[in-house]
Write a protein that binds this ligand. Structure first.
Ligand SMILES: Cc1cc2nc3c(=O)[nH]c(=O)nc-3n(C[C@H](O)[C@H](O)[C@H](O)COP(=O)(O)O)c2cc1C
Length: 271
């Protein structure tokens, strides 16, 4: 009996691999296994092999976690973090995407970026460019950060108030939507060699933004990409985080140690 004859509307499971551009994401200690290869995380072939393996195995996506900052709280220092390679070293995840896109056709890429330390314009430009190069296979896991060490590295005094970071995130998204969705009309690019018109100026519009955290005025530099706005992931768990996630995200991460607690969280999200 086939699945479809058992159930006319079978649910589809979307399979995502979960990794980080580092030796140890959350599988700490596995790097010491004789057959473990994660020390090669800084080689492109490590990632292109992974992407091809996932696509052959019919995975839908590769999700890449990331943090800004280092874990320096345990025993007041970095020694264990360094010895055990606990997300240190860890490299920028977005740098991996073009290479993996070049050797695959269907695999999606969910890339974590902490917006608290980004300029909305530069970030929106980078992801719109990646959306072009991947033919619409890029996603963004929106995180706001939780490490004091990041604030010190970036040059600020202490971790900004949790809820204020989500308020800033809200405005960051509002501005990104303006860049991605509001500046260029779908048919602005003409590529008309005969009449020497690459882009029709009447179809490209300046955006205006005067907010509490950001100001911007002008046209976006990237032409419309396939998705325009990338697939948005979020994993907020606090009340501010959940409000933000349910407003913006298309995919949410949740975690719990019992099915009952998981159900409570799912009910809250659905509500
Ligand atoms: C499965 C999962 C993956 C996450 N991945 C990241 C990540 O890669 N980087 C990060 O800074 N935070 C990550 N987080 C943390 C969340 O973004 C979020 O900050 C956390 O769940 C606490 O919720 P809150 O921000 O509403 O307080 C992850 C959380 C979960 C449950």
């Amino acid at each position: 009996m086939t699945l479809s004859s058992q159930n006319k509307n079978p649910k589809q499971i979307i399979l995502n691999a979960f990794d980080m551009n580092s030796v140890g994401h959350i599988n700490h200690g596995l790097w010491t296994h004789p057959r473990d290869e994660s020390h090669r995380f800084n080689e492109l072939s490590y990632w292109t092999d992974l992407a091809q393996t996932l696509e052959q195995g019919l995975f839908d996506g590769l999700f890449i976690a990331d943090i800004t900052g280092v874990y320096d709280v345990y025993q007041n220092g970095l020694d264990l973090t360094l010895k055990e390679s606990i997300q240190l070293p860890s490299h920028d995840p977005s740098t991996l995407v073009s290479a993996m896109a070049a050797v695959t056709q269907h695999l999606g890429f969910g890339v974590t970026v902490n917006l608290s330390y980004e300029s909305p314009y530069q970030f929106a430009r980078r992801f719109a460019s990646l959306d072009h190069l991947t033919h619409g296979r890029i996603g963004w896991n929106i995180v706001t950060g939780y490490l004091d060490s990041a604030e010190r590295l970036i040059g600020q005094k202490g971790l900004k108030d949790h809820d204020l970071r989500y308020e800033q995130a809200e405005e960051f998204l509002e501005l990104c939507y303006k860049f991605w969705e509001g500046s260029w009309e779908d048919d602005a690019i003409q590529k008309d060699k005969l009449n020497r018109v690459f882009t029709d100026p009447s179809k490209v519009h300046a955006i205006q933004h005067q907010g509490k955290f950001f100001q911007s005025q002008g046209v976006f530099q990237v032409s419309p990409s396939i998705q325009r706005t990338p697939v948005l992931y979020q994993a907020g768990a606090s009340s501010k985080g959940l409000a933000f996630a349910t407003q913006h995200a298309e995919a949410m991460f949740i975690g719990a140690d019992t099915p009952e607690k998981l159900k409570q969280q799912v009910d809250k999200i659905r509500a």
